[in-house]
Ligand binder design. Structure first.
Ligand SMILES: NC(=O)c1ccc[n+]([C@@H]2O[C@H](COP(=O)([O-])OP(=O)(O)OC[C@H]3O[C@@H](n4cnc5c(N)ncnc54)[C@H](OP(=O)(O)O)[C@@H]3O)[C@@H](O)[C@H]2O)c1
Length: 324
């Protein structure tokens, strides 16, 4: 089968090779999917870069890609709820990869049905970005999508990115007040997703995260990088929380500092969990027309390296999709 591989850390899109490899065989609890679309995530780029070495990727050569949709063509002996011919969305281990190939194996418990209402490209964009947005909003601050958290005031940074686009829409489904940051070119787009107020991150007020209506934030879903704690501290309510998607050593130092000083304002590093019940919630919202995948661009498999390079640039508006 056709696949994309890299054989060493680094090198970006230039280090990706089109190769012919053997079709994988599903284990007893796995399904084999004929791939229709895959989304590229910044996490895929970070794995190639070596940000998680020596743990990931698990070895070289590596087929990257974790967000996959397609048709099931074979099932393992213990698979119960999925059959050959089903259209599915699967969460492969994004750190280990396997998605950018004609066929991919996925665990049954991390695979959900794809309703006919959801096109393949939109489906492929959901897993990592959708789950990160959903879990950041609902897990750590208990925002409820049923609208019962409507008194909350939420800031979403990098709202034009893959995660941010989902976060804005989900926050508006929860009926909270949303302030969002993005570049000037995306202000109208982010408003169209439902944001109440939008800040251009390159202006002074945008860099200071200052709410145009002078509101303090109960919760920040922080999808951008390079914003220091002191900037957030000024803009949070007394019990405000920052859920940080880009956590590094500095974040953990900051978390420790908040604890020893008994600060009520918190920084919470997020590591999303691939959970099929959460993915099903997002798929159902999409089926009902309440949520959509904003798509930056679609690239044919033969030009997958262009998709990779686009993601690595860090200027996507929504999700970058590779189609077969
Ligand atoms: N911890 C986890 O579990 C987890 C899960 C998923 C993702 N992540 C991380 O979350 C981050 C966001 O992911 P993503 O998929 O949304 O990325 P993305 O799609 O690549 O985000 C790109 C967007 O971010 C905007 N942007 C960049 N810097 C900004 C800033 N300082 N202020 C406002 N907007 C800014 C860009 O706007 P311009 O083009 O105008 O600059 C662009 O539209 C990534 O670092 C990713 O690795 C973490």
């Amino acid at each position: 089968m056709k696949a994309i591989q890299y054989s060493s850390y680094g090198g970006g899109a230039n280090n990706l090779k089109h190769v012919e490899i053997t079709v994988p065989t599903p284990k007893k609890d796995e399904v084999l999917i004929k791939t229709e679309a895959v989304s590229i995530n910044p996490l895929d780029i970070k794995v190639q870069h070596g940000s998680f070495r020596p743990l990931y990727p698990k070895g070289f050569p590596c087929v990257p890609g974790g967000d996959v949709t397609g048709e099931v063509v074979e099932i393992g002996s213990e698979v119960k709820n999925i059959k050959v011919g089903d259209k599915v969305i699967a969460m492969l281990n994004v750190y280990a990869g396997g998605g950018l190939a004609e066929y991919a194996v996925a665990r049954e418990i991390l695979t959900v049905q794809r309703p006919p209402e959801i096109p393949a490209a939109e489906a492929a964009g959901i897993p990592v970005a959708g789950l990160a947005a959903y879990q950041a909003l609902t897990h750590h601050d208990g925002i409820k999508l049923d609208g019962s958290s409507s008194d909350k005031n939420v800031l979403i940074t990098a709202a034009s990115g893959g995660v941010g686009c989902f976060a804005v829409q989900l926050a508006k489904l929860a009926n909270v007040h949303v302030t969002a940051t993005c570049g000037e070119r995306n202000i109208e787009f982010v408003r169209s997703l439902g944001a109440d107020e939008v800040l251009d991150y390159k202006t002074a007020d945008g860099a200071a995260l200052k709410s145009p209506s002078d509101k303090k934030y109960d919760l920040v879903i922080h999808c951008a990088s390079s914003i220091g704690w002191s900037t957030f501290a000024h803009q949070l309510t007394s019990h405000g929380k920052v859920i940080e998607l880009n956590s590094g050593p500095k974040s953990y130092w900051s978390v420790a500092l908040r604890r020893v000083t008994f600060s009520k304002k918190q920084l919470v590093p997020l590591s999303f969990s691939p959970k099929s019940d959460h993915l099903e919630i997002l798929v159902n919202l999409m089926k009902e027309g309440k949520l959509r995948t904003a798509i930056d661009s679609k690239h044919p498999f033969d030009e997958a390296e262009k998709a990779w390079a686009k993601s690595a640039e860090g200027h996507a508006t929504g999700k970058i999709i590779v189609e077969f």
